[in-house]
Design a protein around this ligand. Structure first.
Ligand code: DWN
Length: 420
C-alpha cells in the first residue's frame, strides 16, 4: 500500500439498505484500500490516494450481503470511468448474443424503447439497435463518447426517479429496462427501483445481470468485493427487495457463466404470481441447499479468504526467491482488491498487461503496478503470469497457447491457488 495514502473514514451503515433491519452481522473485513477502478497516472504516484474501509455485513432478515460502510459512489462513477465493456472480447460476444435473443423473445418492435442504465460504451444497446429504439444512461462522460462511436445515444446522468421521469416525458415508457453489472453498484437502490417502476410499460420487463453471492462464497473469489459493489445478491435477497419492499414480481432467474457466475433476473410490474417461471422456485431451492438462507453459511467465508491470501502470497514469494519473473494478466477491478488485500506489489509483479487503452500507461490503485499493452508479453515475456482476469480463463489460456508452449505458466489465484 502506498505510504502516503489518505484514509477517508466513511460512516458505517446502521441498518440493512434493503429491508431496514438494524442488527447487521459482520461477515468479512478486507481492510482499507482505494477504489478498484481508481487507476493512477504517473503524476499521481506522489500524491495522497483516497482509501476506504472494505467490509461486508449480512442482514439476518433478508440475507442481503452489503458493504458495511458508506462510500461516496458519485465520486466512484461520475469522473472518467476506466472500465470499458468493449475491451473484453468474451463479454462483447456475450452481450451481442443476448441482444439478439432479447429482441426475439420480447418480439421487439422498432417503436419500442429499450433503456439500459450503466450502459458504459454501448456494446449491448448497439446489438439491440437494429430491432428497437435504444437509450443508454451512464454518469461517466468518457464512456458516453465511446457509445456514440457505436451510434448509441447516452444520457450522461445517474439513473433514478428523476432521470426516469425525464426519459418518460421525452421518449415515452420503456418496454425493456436493462442493467448489467450495475444493480449492485447503487447506494440508493430504492430510488432506482422507483425509477424502473415509473419508466417501464405495464407489459415491460426489467432485466439485470448481477454477480451471484453463491459464486463469491463458492467457486468464485473474494476479489469481486470492492467499493463499487455495494450489494452481493442472492435470489432470496433480490426477491425480498423487489417484491416485499417494492411490490414488483421476480418472474425468471437464470444462472449465467459471467464474472464467475451471475444471476440474470427478469422482473415485471405484474400482480404477484402472474406468469412466474419455474426457475424462480427452483433457484430459491438451490440456494436453500447451499445454506444461503442461513446466517452461519456467511460466517465461514472469511476463513477461506484468509487461507487463499496466505497461499497466494507464499506462492509468489517462493517463485521470486527462485529467481522467477512474474507479470499480471488483465487489470480488472477485481484484480486490485486481490493485489491490495494480499499485498502484491511491484516487488512481486513486474507489470500487468491489459487490452483496455485507457488503462495502458496507468498504475494500479494502491499497489502502483504499471499497466502496459499486451505487446509486452512478446517483447519481455515473464516466467509466470498471475491471471487477474480469471473469469475469462478459458478464452485467455486458449489465446495465449503460444506463450504456454514456450513454457510460461499461468497462476490462477481464486478460489484456490493453482498453476497451469
Ligand atoms: O461490476 C463490474 C464488473 C462486472 O466489470 C464493474 N464494476 C467493473 C468491471 O469489473 P472488472 O474490471 O473486474 O471486469 P472484467 O470484465 O473482468 O475486466 C477484465 C479486464 O481484463 C479488462 O480490463 C480487460 C482485460 N482483458 C485483457 O487484458 N485481455 C480481458 C480479456 C478477456 C483479455 O483477453
Amino acid at each position: 500500500m502506498k505510504s502516503n495514502q489518505k484514509i477517508a473514514i466513511k460512516s458505517t451503515i446502521k441498518k440493512c439498505r434493503s429491508c431496514g433491519h438494524t442488527k447487521l452481522v459482520p461477515m468479512l473485513d478486507l481492510g482499507v484500500m482505494p477504489p478498484a477502478n481508481a487507476f493512477l497516472q504517473k503524476a499521481d504516484l506522489k500524491k495522497p490516494e483516497a482509501a476506504f474501509p472494505l467490509r461486508l455485513v449480512v442482514c439476518p432478515k433478508c440475507f442481503l450481503v452489503q458493504l458495511g460502510d458508506v462510500v461516496d459512489t458519485d465520486a466512484l462513477f461520475s469522473r472518467d470511468y476506466y472500465y470499458l465493456t468493449g475491451a473484453s472480447a468474451p463479454l462483447v460476444k456475450h452481450f451481442q448474443d443476448f441482444g439478439a435473443r432479447l429482441a426475439e423473445e420480447m418480439e421487439l418492435k422498432k417503436t419500442d424503447l429499450v433503456v439500459e442504465f450503466g450502459s458504459n460504451d454501448g456494446v449491448l444497446l448497439a446489438a439491440i439497435m437494429p430491432y428497437a429504439r435504444v437509450l443508454g444512461v451512464d454518469p461517466a462522460t468518457n464512456v458516453g463518447k465511446e457509445a456514440a462511436k457505436r451510434q448509441v445515444p447516452t444520457l450522461t446522468d445517474f439513473f433514478g426517479e428523476k432521470s426516469a421521469k425525464t426519459i418518460r416525458q421525452k421518449e415515452g415508457a420503456a418496454r425493456v429496462i436493462l442493467a448489467n453489472n450495475v444493480f449492485a453498484h447503487i447506494s440508493d437502490i430504492h430510488n432506482v427501483i422507483k425509477g424502473i417502476s415509473h419508466l417501464l410499460t405495464d407489459d415491460g420487463q426489467f432485466i439485470s445481470e448481477v454477480h451471484w453471492v453463491g459464486n463469491l462464497m463458492g467457486a468464485g473469489g473474494f476479489d469481486q468485493i470492492y467499493h463499487e459493489h455495494i450489494y452481493y445478491y442472492s435470489a432470496h435477497a433480490l426477491k425480498h427487495l423487489l417484491e416485499k419492499v417494492h411490490g414488483l414480481t421476480l418472474v425468471k432467474v437464470e444462472l449465467i457463466p459471467m464474472h464467475g457466475e451471475s444471476l440474470r433476473i427478469y422482473v415485471t410490474k405484474g400482480e404477484k404470481g402472474t406468469a412466474v417461471d419455474a426457475s424462480v422456485a427452483d433457484f430459491l431451492k438451490k440456494e436453500k441447499t447451499l445454506g444461503l438462507d442461513k446466517i452461519d453459511t456467511y460466517l465461514t467465508f472469511s476463513k477461506r479468504v484468509h487461507t487463499t491470501k496466505e497461499k497466494l502470497l507464499a506462492t509468489l514469494k517462493d517463485l521470486r526467491k527462485a529467481g522467477k519473473r512474474i507479470a499480471g494478466y488483465g487489470a480488472p477491478a477485481k484484480g486490485n482488491t486481490l493485489l491490495n488485500y494480499v499485498g502484491v506489489g511491484p516487488d512481486l509483479l513486474e507489470y500487468i498487461i491489459d487490452t483496455t487503452p485507457t488503462k495502458q500507461g496507468a498504475y494500479t490503485p494502491g499497489m502502483c503496478i504499471p499497466v502496459v499493452s499486451p505487446e509486452m508479453l512478446k517483447t519481455n515475456p515473464p516466467d509466470y503470469i498471475l491471471l487477474l482476469s480469471w473469469n475469462y480463463a478459458d478464452a485467455i489460456l486458449a489465446k495465449e497457447k503460444a506463450l504456454r508452449d514456450q513454457g510460461v505458466k499461468f497462476i490462477i489465484p481464486v478460489p484456490d491457488v493453482r498453476i497451469v
